[in-house]
Design a protein around this ligand. Structure first.
Ligand SMILES: Cc1cc2nc3c(=O)[nH]c(=O)nc-3n(C[C@H](O)[C@H](O)[C@H](O)COP(=O)(O)O)c2cc1C
Length: 334
């Protein structure tokens, strides 16, 4: 029995958000006991990844636990979402476990320390592996100023990131998902890719840009996003974020809570969106599969659908850190 299986009942008996925090602090210790992760290098977006399994955004919103999380053997770690100014997020409770279905509903709403304190945390980390930084907008920034928030964050995080994720798919910031709509997304990626040119010049390094999308997109919406991604030379797409749907959790305690659903119930819809992006982008863009990966077989499903890389979040909460090596082994065996 793994150490995590022993600790899980204790963690799950605590208030959900406190258990989440405690699990973060315990990650460093857990790294000493979790299964070693096989080396299985992948090259994508001009970056060498030691293995293709990454931590998805949102567990380390403030970049305060990079070393502990990296010790779990991830091939890459994504931190954030960070916004220009610090903000408290939504009122508690805002995190709900649905253990009958290995699922979570959250409506954190980008609680974070703001980009300056975030960067101070990144600087303190000793790990020098592949670090993704996920950026968003403040809740009180009006929609017509949203792009300014992304620009400000991109400028600040640029020299510290292996890649930068443009998050336009979290359901808990009003209007954020509107930025996925064709003309809004066009305007956003146009300004951010233009801003990248002087940044690349200044720092002597072209940092890849990645767009993170929702699992609730239809085929037309996917086509329009793929067009913008191709036209402006965005290097990657993360498919997907959490879902507004409640399919597969109907009638369960907490299923009626507002927020984004993650974990096992969203696996199929996230894989469908991933597959459609693979079809639309035909190998030109790096695809990162996320959503409901709870086992090596689930990771393999994402690779088979066209992902070069896979990210985990909810699976880590339910299965513990051994899931990282299980997924990396599934990739080696594919
Ligand atoms: C509690 C929680 C907080 C999250 N916060 C963020 C976030 O700040 N930014 C983001 O891009 N995604 C966030 N996500 C989404 C995850 O990164 C991931 O895309 C999604 O949960 C699907 O993967 P999973 O089913 O493995 O959890 C969050 C997910 C959860 C469960």
């Amino acid at each position: 029995m793994s150490l995590y299986r022993l600790a899980r009942p204790l963690l799950f008996s605590l208030d959900e958000e406190n258990a989440h925090q405690l699990a973060l602090y315990a990650a460093g210790v857990a790294g000493l006991f979790s299964a070693p992760v096989p080396r299985s290098p992948v090259r994508a977006m001009g970056i060498e990844f030691p293995n293709p399994i990454g931590l998805a955004a949102g567990l380390d919103k403030d970049a305060a636990h990079i070393d502990a999380l990296a010790a779990l053997g991830f091939g890459f770690v994504e931190v954030g979402t960070v916004t220009p100014r610090a903000q408290p997020g939504n009122a508690r409770p805002r995190l709900f476990r649905l253990p009958e279905r290995d699922a979570i509903i959250n409506r954190f709403g980008f609680n974070n320390v703001g980009v300056d304190a975030f960067i101070a945390n990144v600087r303190r980390a000793r790990w020098n592996g592949v670090l993704g930084i996920n950026i968003g907008k403040n809740a009180d920034t009006p929609p017509e100023r949203a792009i300014d928030d992304y620009e400000l964050c991109l400028k600040q995080v640029y020299p510290h990131a292996s890649y930068v994720t443009i998050n336009v798919s979290s359901p808990n910031t009003q209007g954020l998902r509107t930025l996925q709509e064709a003309h809004h997304l066009e305007a956003l990626v146009k300004r951010l890719t233009a801003l990248r040119e002087p940044l690349a010049e200044r720092y002597g390094r072209r940092v890849p840009l990645v767009v993170k999308v929702a699992p609730d997109l239809n085929t037309d919406e996917i086509g329009a996003i793929a067009d913008a991604v191709r036209r402006y030379g965005i290097e990657g797409v993360i498919a997907t974020n959490t879902s507004l749907s409640r399919e597969g959790v109907e009638g369960l305690r907490h299923a009626g809570e507002a927020g984004g659903l993650s974990g096992a119930p969203i696996r199929e819809m996230a894989t469908r969106v991933l597959r459609e992006f693979a079809f639309a982008l035909k190998g030109e863009t790096t695809l990162i599969g996320a959503g409901g990966v709870m086992s090596g077989a689930d990771a393999q499903e994402k690779f088979a659908a066209g992902a070069q890389l896979v990210q985990l979040y909810t699976g880590l909460i339910y299965r513990g850190p051994d899931l990282v090596s299980e997924c990396a082994s599934a990739f080696r065996g594919k």
